[in-house]
Ligand binder design. Structure first.
Ligand code: S3P
Length: 426
């Protein structure tokens, strides 16, 4: 479906967004692992989290909706049932990779599949450490889905140094590690999102800027009540739109402000954005607060390497902000963008060129500068939800608007995007 957008002149009002996608996946998985009933408030309504729920339903877990809560009946340690068919992770890397860590320790065979995007994404990054733990995982050519996980008698602990900053890889190892009496550790030199260790209460020590996270059977999850803060990655689109439209003021309620996720706010503030945090508190070890965003004049800044994992999913919309900021937009150290739901470096460059901007693409990033020359662009989302929403924001900032193809892919993270735009533009 092609979605047309007109220029937006002013943003105002208040948004309550659904729960953070990364935290939601984990809440569902941990509730399913626990023995008994857990309740999850404000779970993400994304297709990705629905994929996680469907997979764990096949593993024998119970789900019931009650108002804004999901009631989960978990199966307990090694209690999952042998699934009758393949586990389809849809478009969701978090579902596939974290679930592989959990399934590697079960005593039945399972197969994980995904859609065409997920089936082209690298899985060797989790297969490698899990094999070191003794897991037997067969992948398709080049380490891709489908993955067949073959049961083994016992896994063994490892001490694993992450070769890429990836919370999904870190989590896969830590979740497999929860099934062993002996302790496994993961070393990370660039801090990636820390929801797994936060939510499970895993021990973390920091030495010379390197994190060491430990996991063993003692930390296996118990049933509990989860409250999920609003998704900062979804909020980022509305934040950029409000900053760049005149006379705007927007409030976004109870957003996750986790220090490993707030890179987009830090960079936007350095760029001159007026963003204020209010009512800040901690729930389940996660920082949460309201954001007040006002129209601002932005200038581009250097984005430091150590911030990249903390804003990796927000780079597409940050680069849109960069187009309207003073000076050219430049990002490097971001090769991981090539391994997301689409190759986001090439996808963004391809679209920005349609505006007549001067775009340079490099292995680990890109730069954009110049004046917008072309009217009424037809943007290509490449079926990637974050590219689609970034280009929607870009369209709403253009004098004559723009249109975005395959717009329906936005439901992967935020099915409410259009309604929310309507709410804050009336
Ligand atoms: C996620 C981790 C990040 C992020 C993804 C969600 C998670 O990926 O880009 O959208 O929930 O753990 P990597 O682990 O590949 O960096």
């Amino acid at each position: 479906m092609i979605q047309k957008f007109e220029k937006v002149n002013r943003i105002s009002g208040e948004l309550k967004l659904k729960g953070d996608k990364s935290i939601s996946h984990r809440a569902v998985m941990f509730a399913c692992m626990a023995s008994g009933v857990s309740r999850i408030k404000n779970l993400s309504n994304s297709e990705d989290v629905k994929s996680t729920v469907k997979c764990f339903e096949k593993l024998g877990c119970g789900f019931q909706k009650e108002n804004n809560e999901l009631i989960v009946t978990g199966k307990g340690y090694k209690g999952f049932v042998n699934p009758a068919s393949e586990l389809f992770a849809g478009n969701s890397g978090t579902t596939a990779r974290l679930m592989t860590g959990i399934l590697a320790a079960q005593n039945f065979e399972s197969v994980i599949t995904g859609d065409s995007s997920l089936s082209s994404r690298p899985m060797n990054r989790i297969i490698e450490p899990l094999k070191q733990m003794g897991a037997v995982i067969k992948a398709s050519g080049g380490g891709k889905l489908p993955l067949k996980i073959i049961p083994v008698d016992n896994l063994k602990p490892i001490n694993y140094k992450l070769p890429v900053a990836s919370a999904q890889v870190k989590s896969a190892v830590l979740l497999a590690g929860l099934h062993l009496e002996e302790t496994s550790t993961v070393l990370e030199s660039l801090q990636s999102r820390n929801h797994t260790e936060n939510m499970l209460g895993l021990p973390v020590s920091v030495k010379d800027g390197v994190n060491l996270i430990s996991s063993n059977r003692m930390y296996y999850p118990e049933p509990k009540d989860y409250i999920i803060p609003a998704d900062i990655s979804s909020a980022a689109f509305f934040i950029v739109l409000a900053l760049l439209t005149g006379n705007s003021e927007l409030k976004i309620k109870s957003v996750s402000l986790n220090e490993t996720r707030d890179g987009v706010l830090r960079v936007l503030k350095q760029m001159g954005a007026e963003i204020v945090e209010e009512n800040v508190k901690y729930i389940m070890n996660e920082k949460i607060g309201d954001l007040i965003i006002k129209s601002s004049v932005l200038h581009n800044v250097k984005i430091e390497k150590n911030l990249i994992p903390n804003l990796i999913d927000e780079i597409p919309v940050l680069s849109v902000a960069g187009i309207f900021a003073k000076g050219g937009f430049y990002i490097n150290n971001a090769e991981e963008l090539r391994f997301k739901e689409s190759d986001r470096i090439s996808g963004l460059c391809n679209n920005f060129k349609k505006l007549g901007l001067h775009v340079e693409e490099f292995r680990d990033g890109f730069s954009v500068e110049g004046e917008i020359k072309n009217k009424n662009p037809e943007f290509d989302s490449f079926g990637d939800h974050r590219i689609a929403m970034s280009l929607s924001v870009l369209s709403m900032l253009l004098k004559d608007g723009g249109e975005v193809n395959n717009f329906e892919c936005t439901k992967i993270s935020n099915p409410g995007f259009l309604l929310q735009i309507k709410d804050i533009t009336k």
